[in-house]
Write a protein of this length. Structure first.
Length: 337
């Protein structure tokens, strides 16, 4: 294994100078740094992370909490898989590695984070039943950010769900729809996305003097296709006069499509459908699904930037930061008279 002392001997520079060049530290002449890096590459030098940790008393590890109890899509989640990929890209560019923390072992999140000596934690997506445990990470001084769950004292970067819900109602109403059904996900005090979309939806209806009729609201048992199918079946039995549906996820919207096909409802001729998330298959459904796209890259980049700032002692907000969603108009909504 090539060491910094081998590179020092080959270049004629001291070992401390070589170390500074390899770690991007210190005030070196550019030609000195370039010469050392070129020689290191030619000699096949690979950094020893264990030695680096011993020397700096740092691990350069960021813990990631990623779970998907609601959609049950794992790393195929339509939003948080993109958040995870971009977050990793950003922190690796800053010289850090990520390690997944789990509470499905004998270790708690707190114990796992301490055992791995992580310098910060990103809660990308999590099971909210462990929120109180995740609060302990912040309580013991480990810098944290969240990109979904609302955890007291932890900065959370999320989509502006309320504005998106407002836009959904405005769009459907502009198309002539007044008998609009709303399919929500299960209510969760720590995961407010569905609730916020509903609040924005109702806000628009109130503003135009057409308050939303609560009998057109139906909560799904899950964020899944079967959850959406069952919920729409229940809603349609109450209100067969529905002309449009706003579903808080594309998977729920696809459940609506499934039930509609079963009973002979033509989409969008008989029923317009608006979803949320821009799932990978939404562009390929029949008809193609009109939906909202969350800014996964923006959420991830801001989360990485704020966590890295927090880790060096800079203050960051301890509340929600909202990023706008993009409206994607396709073929599943039509105008009616």
């Amino acid at each position: 294994m090539v060491t910094i002392y081998d590179i020092a001997k080959a270049t004629g520079y001291s070992a401390p100078t070589v170390s500074k060049a390899l770690n991007g530290a210190g005030h070196l002449l550019e030609q000195t740094r370039t010469a050392i890096l070129k020689t290191a590459e030619e000699m096949g030098y690979e950094p020893n992370s264990a030695a680096r940790s011993l020397a700096t008393k740092r691990t350069y590890l960021i813990g990631v909490i990623y779970d998907d109890p609601s959609m049950q899509r794992g790393f195929n989640h339509p939003v948080f898989s993109g958040v995870l990929n971009k977050f990793r890209e950003n922190v690796e560019a800053a010289g850090y590695d990520i390690i997944f923390l789990s509470c499905h072992t004998k270790l708690s999140y707190k114990a796992h984070a301490s055992f791995r000596a992580v310098e910060g934690v990103a809660i990308i997506n999590a099971d909210s039943k462990f929120n109180k445990e995740m609060q302990t990470l912040n309580g013991i001084g480990i810098p944290c950010v969240s990109t979904n769950a609302s955890i007291p004292g932890i900065c959370t970067i999320v989509s502006d769900n309320k504005k998106a819900g407002y836009k959904a109602a405005e769009y459907l109403f502009s198309k002539g729809h007044k008998k609009i059904g709303f399919l929500s996900a299960p209510n969760d005090e720590y995961l407010p996305a569905s609730k916020e979309r509903y609040e924005g939806f109702c806000q628009y209806m109130d503003e135009i003097g057409h308050p939303f009729d609560q009998s057109y609201y139906q909560q799904c048992e899950s964020w899944t296709v079967p959850g959406g199918q069952k919920a729409f079946e229940e809603l349609y039995k109450r209100h067969s006069d529905i002309t449009a549906i706003f579903a808080v996820s594309d998977l729920i919207a696809m459940g609506v499509m499934n039930y509609s096909r079963e009973i002979g409802i033509e989409i969008p001729q008989d029923l317009s459908i608006l979803g949320f998330d821009d799932d990978r298959v939404s562009e390929y459904t029949t008809p193609r699904l009109t939906t909202f796209r969350q800014d996964s890259e923006g959420i991830a980049t801001l989360a990485a930037d704020l966590l890295l700032q927090h880790m060096v002692g800079l203050p960051i907000p301890s509340k929600f930061i909202h990023l706008p969603c993009e409206f994607i108009e396709r073929d599943s909504v039509i105008s009616i008279k």
